[in-house]
Design a protein around this ligand. Structure first.
Ligand code: SAM
Length: 329
């Protein structure tokens, strides 16, 4: 029976946060994990534990997080052949966020998450020596980029178990770095009040109550800290908010798509100041697509085949805004 990744990750996390301010929240986080995570069952947990245990037992100092492809290790460091290694990695499909180069294996993910980062990075305060939190971080691709941009601590949370396992897979090849992913929801976290930058990328529209989400983000920040929010928007004025009657781009968990003007009102009402729109971009079928590492349907299947400016259901096609704002000091 393989050792459970669940049983080992938290003790490692606790060990590595002893020198950071996060140590004050150790007890609260442990309770939250016990309540929301350890108690939960998942059909593929045992299979993923076994697949993690079967991976090559190699650690590398050869990594780069400051370029589009997050690179970990070199092919010469692997004691097994590349195709055997890739078969092991493919047990953790679908790979949605990336790209990664893992010991020479190019993980071509559904999303070019580096494109999102390139739209965000020029507009935010330097992450050098900052403590950053990424709510809904997926498998942690952007956490690596945040650390690569100088953050002294990059903590992510995401409730999707597969992404937690993908992150464990990637980090097991690395030395102990202050990059962590906890399998929790934003609403399960304490109001830390201490992060210098808080990211929420692609999460707001999944929340039934978006204002609660914004209030939580404010609570995670230190006074004077910066929030970086990326979410789906629609064209319109400050009274425009789209609530899909059912699915949006075939997703059943999309609730509110505001105009940027409405979003600015929401941000101010939630307590942020100096709210600015950094970027607006319509998602392309080059940025989100089916690959050999994510072989399910992707964006082109979610759009109207005769008009890519509309979703399959006839709504405006996915357009995303990056908003940056400050918590009052
Ligand atoms: C569209 S993905 C975005 C992932 C990544 N942030 C990015 O921009 O590439 C949304 C992520 O939010 C996570 N999520 C959904 N509800 C959440 C919640 N209440 N708290 C935290 N994460 C959540 C999902 O598991 C998923 O990984």
């Amino acid at each position: 029976m393989a050792e459970s990744v669940f049983d080992t990750f938290y003790s490692k996390f606790v060990e590595t946060i002893q020198d950071s301010d996060l140590v004050h929240f150790e007890h609260e986080l442990a309770l939250s994990l016990e309540h929301h995570f350890f108690a939960s069952k998942h059909g593929r947990k045992d299979e993923w534990d076994q697949s993690i245990a079967a991976l090559p037992n190699v650690k590398t100092d050869n990594y780069r997080f400051d370029q589009g492809t997050v690179k970990i290790g070199d092919s010469t460091e692997l004691e097994i052949g590349l195709s055997e290694f890739e078969d092991q990695l493919k047990r953790f499909m679908p790979w949605r966020k990336g790209p990664f180069d893992l010991f020479g294996s190019q993980i071509d993910t559904e999303w070019r998450s580096d494109w999102k980062w390139d739209r965000i990075a020029p507009h935010i305060s330097s992450l050098k020596d900052r403590q950053v939190l990424d709510i809904g971080c997926g498998n942690g691709y952007h956490l690596f980029r945040m650390f690569g941009a100088g953050a002294k601590l990059a903590l992510g949370i995401d409730p999707t178990l597969l992404f937690f396992y993908q992150f464990q897979l990637l980090s097991r090849f690395l030395p102990a770095l202050p990059i962590h992913l906890l399998p929790l929801r934003g609403e399960h976290l304490p109001s830390f009040g201490q992060f210098d930058t808080v990211f929420s990328l692609g999460v707001l529209y999944h929340r039934r109550n978006p204002i609660d989400h914004l209030t939580e983000l404010l609570g995670f920040l230190a006074p004077g800290g910066e929030v970086v929010l990326e979410t789906l928007i629609v064209d319109g004025d400050r009274s425009t908010v789209l609530m899909p009657t059912d699915r949006y781009a075939k997703m059943s968990n999309v609730w509110f798509l505001p105009s940027t003007d409405a979003l600015v009102v929401w941000m101010h009402r939630a307590g942020f100041k100096n709210v600015r729109i950094a970027d607006i971009n319509q998602t392309s079928t080059q940025e989100q697509r089916t690959t050999q590492w994510m072989n399910f349907h992707s964006l082109s299947d979610f759009l109207d085949p005769s008009d890519h400016n509309k979703t399959f259901e006839g709504y405006p096609a996915p357009k995303r805004a990056v908003i940056v704002a400050d918590k009052p000091g």
